[in-house]
Design a protein around this ligand. Structure first.
Ligand code: FAD
Length: 525
């Protein structure tokens, strides 16, 4: 790389200054640096036909989080003598145009395993290599390079967490200090007549008042502030999460309380990891530092470090599995004759199943864009193999849209898991939509908070309000069937039926060695 030339840093995820090897390399030896983010209509254009405010792919909570993260990034870049250039359009076209326009000789961006970015990157890389532009695209979103792990495993991804751990070992960078902060950046070069903007507001993106109002109706303001986007917030939250060393040392995932909403049972750092406002490697090192200074600590898979390794596990499997995000053509997915009942799906999605525990979780998803891991387990199990027998891909789509931490590899991996389509096969173990939540929160405070229509229901009935005598319902100002729905299914009957169908489907998958045809599935329906 000749010194004195122009470089372009293409931000996609990795919206941070700390532990950002692509940004560091972009700055090295360059006279001018163009830090760019492309507003991609595929993700950002308002879609008035979608079931909730937002674009076709993302709910408004996530879009807002992303814009906040960009504002924060711009601010940090300005402190280093630079600034964020916001462009709009199909990213590979926009990128190629500006590589030419600004005579870029070095292009840097974080490697991304998401299929959408893989396809974009091929186009950009093809152009750059023909034009003689140097490309630097390091792996820094995950702890390990998924391709390395797959290669170590003879070209196939490991399909269990334990085999993943064995292959992965200790990350090579774990015990040496990461270059966490950049102290200076080259100035932005001349942008010519190009259309550059500052980070747009949500209104400037075209989200009309009507969309904003409907979101405000469901989003209580102080709950939204739980997830303000950006690296500054991420680092602050990280410091708060790890300051209690005992909490970190004793972290044990399945023991957390999914109904805790005043102080959550886990770190709530997932939205920051999703957009790369927080480096997972930096997070890993911070946990390691705590663990070094305590006598005893929990271990993977249940420890906090173990959670980050789950993240890498799903990234690795997803990267090495064709059609990972669907049932058809996915060699690791059981073929199951799910139904496509849109009414049941809508009842689940819109918190109208009549099971308060399930509906409260779905309201939390709409309001916060985040729920505890076990809460996600409960609603995913209920929609698929537990009660409604709706296709996991439909539930995945709802999560993909509404979660702020929505992540292609992790979301698909967990839906495969929860629907007993892959990884986990004990389909007889079902989360009860009545008794599971009660174990943690017998008074139903979580339900009262997220479903205020039930706030005066006595605790004896809060998980099964349909069983309350009419006089109790009247007193609680909540008549079942009028103010709050009756249950969409009988849990006992529906769960038995689900188990029966899964047993049949598993049998067929075994007999046909997974090569089950559409016709076979139709016969099972
Ligand atoms: P913590 O417990 O504090 O863990 C720290 C970090 O470890 C998390 O931020 C996350 O990055 C990672 N992590 C924790 N649990 C898991 C897990 N089971 N799998 C992979 N990584 C994990 N997580 C997402 O980040 N994006 C998703 O789209 C997503 N979809 C899910 C869908 C379903 C059906 C289920 C059951 C789980 C899903 N999860 C997803 C995993 C998990 O629920 C969240 O990562 C976790 O609840 C985030 O909260 P936290 O940051 O407080 O987690």
């Amino acid at each position: 790389m000749a010194s004195g030339s122009n470089s372009l840093m293409w931000f996609r995820k990795g919206l941070r200054i700390h532990d950002n090897p692509a940004l560091e390399y972009a700055a090295k030896g360059s006279n001018y640096l163009y830090p760019v983010f492309v507003i991609d209509p595929h993700y950002m254009e308002p879609d008035p036909t979608a079931f909730s405010p937002g674009s076709a792919h993302a709910g408004l909570n996530r879009i807002r989080f992303l814009l906040e993260s960009l504002v924060d990034l711009d601010y940090s870049l300005q402190k280093l003598g630079s600034s964020l250039l916001v462009l709009k359009g199909e990213p590979s076209e926009v990128l190629i145009r500006f590589l030419k326009e600004w005579d870029i000789r070095k292009l840097c961006f974080e490697y991304d395993t998401d299929p959408y970015y893989q396809a974009l990157d091929i186009k950009v890389k093809n152009y750059a290599s023909v034009a003689g532009i140097e490309i630097f695209s390091p792996v820094s979103h995950t702890l390990f390079d998924p391709a390395d792990i797959i290669q170590k495993n003879g070209g196939r991804p490991p399909l269990s967490y334990q085999s993943f751990l064995k292959l992965a070992g200790q990350p090579s960078w774990a015990s040496s200090p990461l270059s966490t902060m950049i102290s200076w950046l080259p100035p932005v070069g001349n942008v010519g007549n190009c259309e550059i903007s500052k980070v747009p507001t949500i209104k400037e993106l075209g989200y009309e008042d009507i969309q904003l109002n409907s979101v405000r109706r469901i989003c209580v303001q102080d709950e939204l502030t739980l997830f303000k986007g950006g690296e500054s917030q991420a680092l602050k939250k990280l410091r708060e999460s790890i300051k209690n060393k005992d909490w970190v040392a004793n972290f044990e995932k399945p023991k957390g309380d999914p109904s805790a909403f005043v102080t959550t049972a886990t770190t709530t750092l997932s939205p920051y990891l999703k957009f790369g406002c927080l480096s997972s490697r930096y997070f890993y090192q911070c946990i390691q530092d705590v663990q070094k200074n305590v006598k005893r600590h929990t271990l993977p898979p249940v420890s906090l470090l173990g959670q980050l390794l789950w993240r890498d596990f799903f990234y690795t499997v997803a990267f090495g599995t064709p059609n990972f995000d669907q049932m058809k053509g996915n060699r690791m997915c059981k073929q199951i004759p799910w139904n496509n009942d849109d009414e049941l799906l809508a009842a689940w999605r819109d918190a109208r199943t009549g099971f308060p525990w399930i509906d409260a979780i779905m309201v939390q998803l709409r309001k916060w864009g985040w729920m505890h891991h076990l809460a996600r387990h409960c609603v995913a199990c209920f929609l698929t193999r537990g009660d409604l027998f709706v296709h996991w891909e439909k539930g995945r789509d709802v999560f993909e849209r509404l979660l702020i931490d929505s992540d292609w590899a992790i979301n698909n991996g967990n839906w495969l898991w929860l629907s007993c389509s892959s990884f986990f096969y004990q389909y007889n173990r079902i989360y009860s939509p009545i008794s599971f939540g009660k174990k943690y929160d017998p008074s139903g405070n979580y339900i009262r908070h997220f479903l205020p229509v039930l706030k005066d229901m006595p605790k004896e009935y809060i998980y099964e309000p349909w069983s309350a005598p009419l006089s109790v319902q009247t007193q609680a100002k909540c008549i079942i069937g009028k103010d709050y729905p009756k249950p969409v299914v009988s849990h006992d009957t529906a769960s038995k039926e689900c188990k029966r169908k899964l047993a049949e489907a598993y049998e067929l998958n075994k007999k046909l060695n997974g090569l089950v045809s559409d016709e076979d599935l139709r016969k099972l329906r």
